[in-house]
Design a protein around this ligand. Structure first.
Ligand code: NAP
Length: 213
């Protein structure tokens, strides 16, 4: 991969050492049981949440750059054909299957692992053209810098889950007032990794309050 360093190791085999990996944030909507999906779809219809998703993931401070969204293959397939690739983003799709081939689509990159995706985005040309990286699902969430979570208070049956957020590592940074749409009560909360609370403030239209003074 471009940007990698080749090193000679004692057994004479050339190994590839990646220069670095991109950090990333997570954007997800989940119930209090951290359920996120059902039958390959979102089990709720929340237009304001879709707007929130766009607001968070599309904004760049450098207008020449765009952001990347990383998703599992099933999440990609859950996006209606007419809406994918998600416009305005570089869409990175994770799959181990060699038969899954959409690489010819514009603004779509296929990666075999999360590590490879984060290395690819850290290397040229993406290190120059991609400002922020968001993991948007499905069930895989790793060691991110920030989690933008739409917290759904209503109980809804699901079959896909995310790992529990380790609150010893994350600090709540922002929480919106609750909204109600389609009889579902929910709010937007952002958690940031404790060692890294310098992410840019988000502009909110729906009565935002910041937890950090
Ligand atoms: N509430 C939300 O915010 C939200 C967000 C996104 C998705 N969802 C929901 O979540 C469900 C889909 O999530 P899911 O967990 O079932 O599937 P997923 O994570 O979207 O996709 C799983 C597939 O992605 C590939 N994959 C995932 N992690 C990988 C890795 N680290 N390396 C390589 N390949 C990897 C594999 O593809 P191959 O099998 O091709 O190898 C795997 O089978 C849907 O119901 C969707 O609507 C909800």
């Amino acid at each position: 991969m471009a940007g990698d360093t080749l090193v000679n190791v004692p057994n004479g085999i050339l190994n590839t050492i990646p220069d670095s990996q991109r950090t990333y944030q997570v954007v997800v909507a989940a119930t209090q049981n951290i359920d996120i999906g059902k039958d390959g779809k979102l089990p709720w219809k929340l237009p304001s949440d879709l707007k929130f998703f766009k607001d968070v993931t599309l904004i760049t401070s450098d207008l020449v750059k765009k952001n990347a969204v990383i998703m599992g293959r099933k999440t990609w397939e859950s996006i209606p054909l007419e809406h994918r690739p998600l416009p305005g983003h570089l869409n990175v799709v994770l799959t181990c299957s060699g038969s899954f081939d959409i690489a010819t689509a514009e603004n779509v990159v296929i990666c075999r692992s999360m590590g490879f995706a984060l290395e690819l985005l850290a290397a040229s040309p993406y290190c120059l053209s991609i400002e922020k990286v968001f993991v948007i699902g499905g069930g895989q969430i790793l060691s991110c810098d920030a989690i933008h979570i739409t917290e759904i208070e209503t109980n809804i049956e699901c079959d896909t889950f995310i790992p529990v957020v380790d609150m010893s590592v994350f600090l709540p940074w922002y929480s919106s007032f609750p909204l109600v749409e389609n009889n579902i009560r929910y709010s937007f909360t952002t958690y940031v990794r404790v060692k890294n609370i310098t992410i840019e403030p988000l502009s909110r239209a729906n009565g935002a309050k910041s937890i950090i003074a």
